[in-house]
Design a binder for this molecule. Structure first.
Ligand SMILES: Cc1cc2nc3c(=O)[nH]c(=O)nc-3n(C[C@H](O)[C@H](O)[C@H](O)COP(=O)(O)OP(=O)(O)OC[C@H]3O[C@@H](n4cnc5c(N)ncnc54)[C@H](O)[C@@H]3O)c2cc1C
Length: 423
């Protein structure tokens, strides 16, 4: 198996340098831990490995050098992902701070905001969660009701968010709130970097109620916010002007992980080949056909990822084509998990003791393949559903006529969909 792409002499030099660094610094305790598991924490040795990567300058690598990043090109980021995969160690990142908030601050923040917030993401001081979705505002995100009231030099925020991934590990929320209730719905929203704790360590009006997923884990919460205070300085893009910033964030959510997906899925593919041999199914023409389909898709994902990343580097933010990426990998992941369940046959129905310890007490412990099957049900929902991505591709990439907004027509306010589609 080769994960390596030949991407020209500059990328080759970067690959050599990184490979040497990884050989010299890779801790044995991290080998075999993938980035997804690392992102949930609780892995012995992870803190040391994270510090080592930070000290070597391997955090927020695609951010421009002037903002503390490494200014890596899309190709170099792809190389980096491949080399970490090759070394078998997780490429730890600063999560949503690195992937979603930082790039949005770079595009929309003032110089003072960039100088204050970006270094705190890079050094791990600020760990972000996303406060966008609400019980009645998911695809129709601009329908959000959380209120923000300016009180002197502060915004006071109250409302309810839901599906807040990683909230338990975060100390900051990039929170959308309605600061101008009289403006048209996507014009009165502010994007506020909201501390979840006060200076004295007490909660800044945040109550987190974990939601248990069908994998048995609880990686997200319902989040109740009561009079959380954030300085007006923390409003990105200006008061009432958060919608455009939001679109930048959502573009990165769909396309920003473009070069990491294929690495994970290619490794999973080869694990599945091993599994197929173990079950003696490698001669089954139907299984062979399905594995060939999967391998082809991983390769397409790799090249599509490079295309999206080049777009990000050229324009600073991914365009609507990032939706193709999101749609492609998420639907692939679901289908592939089903293929593996079929290869394992009846065994895929039996829960084992091999599951992650976080599921203890849930009554069952899915193994990693079962977990993948269960957790991939959600990937066509988060970051904008598959249906919403199709709307974006249809209308904004292919230029098809816009879908009529039946609800808006009923209310007589014009056909303006106002959904997450407005990238
Ligand atoms: C695992 C997971 C993690 C998440 N993490 C976060 C997080 O950290 N922070 C956060 O803010 N949110 C998070 N979310 C929420 C996620 O962004 C929303 O679930 C998603 O945007 C869909 O919104 P909804 O659930 O309200 O569904 P709805 O918007 O109510 O959609 C219901 C159905 O209607 C369809 N639909 C809606 N509008 C249209 C349309 N215009 N055209 C065609 N079909 C349409 C949808 O595709 C879907 O099938 C997470 C969700 C999941 C599953």
């Amino acid at each position: 198996m080769s994960l390596e792409l030949d991407l020209g002499p500059a990328a080759r030099a970067f690959r050599d340098e990184l490979r040497q660094w990884l050989e010299a610094n890779r801790p044995e305790s991290m080998v075999g831990i993938d980035a997804e598991r690392a992102s949930f924490g609780n892995v012995p040795g992870l803190e040391d490995w994270t510090r080592k990567l930070y000290e070597a300058g391997y955090m927020c690598v695609s951010w421009p050098k002037e903002y503390g990043g490494r200014g890596l090109s899309g190709v170099e980021v792809a190389v980096m992902n491949e080399e970490f995969a090759r070394a078998g160690v997780p490429r730890v990142t600063r999560g949503m701070g690195e992937w979603l908030v930082g790039p949005s601050i770079i595009v929309w923040g003032t110089d003072e905001q960039k100088a204050h917030f970006l270094p705190r993401i890079i050094d791990g001081t600020d760990r972000y969660c996303q406060g966008f979705s609400e019980p009645d505002a998911g695809s129709d995100l601009a329908g959000l009701k959380t209120r923000g009231v300016v009180d002197g030099e502060e915004v006071v925020i109250s409302g309810q968010k839901v599906w807040t991934s990683g909230a338990q590990a975060a100390n900051m929320m990039f929170c959308l709130c309605r600061t101008d209730p009289d403006a048209p719905k996507h014009k009165g929203i502010s994007y506020v970097l909201t501390p979840m704790f006060r200076e004295d360590g007490s909660s800044n009006g945040f109550e987190l109620r974990p939601i248990k997923q069908m994998t048995g884990q609880a990686h997200f919460t319902e989040t109740f916010i009561t009079e959380a205070r954030a300085p007006v300085f923390n409003v990105i893009g200006g008061l009432h002007n958060g919608w455009r910033v939001t679109m930048t964030t959502l573009g990165n959510e769909r396309g920003g992980n473009a070069t990491t997906q294929h690495v994970q899925y290619t490794r999973q593919f080869w694990d599945a080949v091993e599994l197929t041999r173990k079950y003696g199914r490698e001669g089954d023409p139907r299984v062979r056909q399905q594995l060939a389909w999967a391998f082809t898709h991983c390769e397409i994902m790799r090249f599509q990822g490079l295309k999206v990343l080049s777009e990000v580097v050229a324009k600073k933010e991914p365009g609507p084509a990032a939706s193709i990426n999101k749609m492609f990998w998420s639907e692939y992941a679901q289908r592939f998990a089903e293929i593996v369940m079929n290869i394992r046959g009846a065994d895929s129905m039996i829960t084992s003791d091999a599951g992650p310890s976080e599921t203890e007490g849930s009554g069952y412990q899915p193994d990693p393949w079962q977990s993948a099957f269960l957790s991939t049900r959600s990937v066509t929902i988060w970051g904008g559903t598959a249906q919403v991505q199709r709307n974006i591709v249809g209308e904004r990439v292919l230029g098809l006529p816009k879908e009529p907004d039946m609800e808006a027509q009923r209310r007589g306010v014009g056909a303006d969909a106002d959904t997450r589609e407005k990238a």
